[in-house]
Design a protein around this ligand. Structure first.
Ligand code: ZN
Length: 244
């Protein structure tokens, strides 16, 4: 069994298409998405349809929840403007799809999928301390979980009690030790933030206990053109070529 993991698509159709092509060429059995299908970029409707066509199993991210109106948090104006753009771009069925996504999911009881962290759906795992306390929380409260896949930071990471893998800027593989609990971020599909503009995704090989990362080229200029044409803040287009 090999499953693909994607995160933070953020309505980037060109990046999502490139990543799904890569995962299909690798003949994965199933693809999971850990949230943030929409927000930032210009093709939310097309991305939702592509996920449905490919039978991707998803959970919600904060941008998906902003869009379906479940959260009234104070957020930046440019983010609010994109949410309004996204709401206008989606059909009723697509809005229903976004609203129906659960906040977390299990697969085979030992794999957990969350957007932010196991502790909270909106928490950023952006420090060693936060990573450690989440690993401890998993071991204490959900000891049956072997790997928790997360997103939200848009940074590819492998974290276990005795190991950290980061700066994953090219396609590469890591053997894991089944004795340990892991937090794994596949990196961002539609808005990578690790100074590498390539779209990111991962495959988990359950039998070999190996995680394969893929950094995938896509047509960034087309994505940027669509963002500018849609009247979305140009900074959101500019950052894509810098990977931040
Ligand atoms: Zn995101």
């Amino acid at each position: 069994m090999r499953f693909g993991i994607i995160a933070d698509i953020h309505a980037n159709l060109e990046a999502l298409t490139a990543v799904l092509d890569t995962l299909k060429r690798q003949e994965v059995d199933q693809i999971f998405c850990v949230g943030d299908i929409v927000g930032y970029n210009a093709n939310p409707a097309e991305c939702i349809e592509l996920l449905k066509e490919n039978g991707v199993i998803s959970i919600s991210g904060n941008h998906d929840r902003f869009t379906s109106g479940e959260i009234d948090a104070i957020i930046r104006k440019e983010t609010r403007d994109v949410i309004n753009f996204t709401r206008n771009a989606l059909s009723t069925e697509q809005m229903d799809y976004i609203a129906s996504l659960p906040e977390e999911r299990y697969f085979e009881d030992i794999f957990l999928f969350v957007h932010g962290s196991p502790r909270h759906k909106d928490e950023y795992i952006n420090s060693l301390q936060i990573a450690r306390s989440n690993l401890q929380l998993l071991q204490r409260e959900r000891p049956f979980v072997s790997v928790c896949f997360y997103g939200h930071t848009h940074l590819p990471y492998i974290i276990s009690p005795n190991r950290i893998e980061t700066d994953i800027h090219r396609s590469t593989s890591f053997e894991l030790d089944p004795k340990f609990t892991y937090l794994i971020n596949p990196g961002g599909v539609g808005q990578p933030r690790d100074q590498c503009p390539l779209a990111s995704c991962a495959i988990f090989d359950v039998d070999r206990y190996v995680v394969h990362y893929f950094r995938v080229e896509y047509d960034i200029e087309t994505t940027q053109g669509k963002i500018r044409e849609a009247g979305i803040d140009h900074k959101i287009a500019d950052r894509l070529s810098k990977g931040r």
